[in-house]
Design a protein around this ligand. Structure first.
Ligand code: FES
Length: 147
């Protein structure tokens, strides 16, 4: 059994410790805001926070985060009050929207550690992929969130 905290609630997953966090969140906790894109750590659709750091949940076996604190888009989006989500709405970022919860989680973690990133720092940190090509609006929303 693997125990940690998800969005402030203790969880006990009776799953193989090698199970990727992505599937524990989606299948056992019904937190489907965390998306499956590539399953290989490349696209970032599955980005969540583990102990405050952005991590790609498809690459995190649940057995490796015993005792950790996990935050998903569902917690970040409560009451639509998070500055990054408000910026996303204000700048009308999403097109299809599939990648956007991972994008928002990656940006929120970046801004927690660096509230005024340069363009170069944004490019180096936010490596999530958006097939719709919303990157200019993402950049605008990051600037909006830092105002
Ligand atoms: Fe995890 Fe693509 S689904 S990085």
């Amino acid at each position: 059994m693997t125990r940690f905290t998800v969005n402030g609630q203790p969880v006990h997953y009776k799953m193989d410790p090698e199970t990727p966090l992505l599937w524990a969140l989606r299948d056992a906790s019904n937190l489907t805001g965390t998306k499956y894109g590539c399953g290989a750590g490349l696209c970032g659709a599955c980005t969540v926070h583990v102990d405050g750091h952005a991590m790609r949940a498809c690459q995190v076996p649940i057995g490796t985060i015993e005792g950790s604190f996990v935050t998903t888009i569902e917690a970040l989006s409560r009451d639509r009050s998070h500055a990054v989500q408000q910026a996303w709405v204000a700048e009308n970022v999403p097109q299809c929207g599939y990648c956007q919860s991972g994008m928002i989680m990656a940006v929120a973690a970046m801004l927690d550690g660096n509230p005024d990133p340069s363009d170069e720092e944004i490019d180096a940190t936010i490596t999530n992929i958006c097939r719709c090509g919303t990157y200019p609006r993402i950049r605008n929303a990051i600037r909006h969130a830092t105002r």
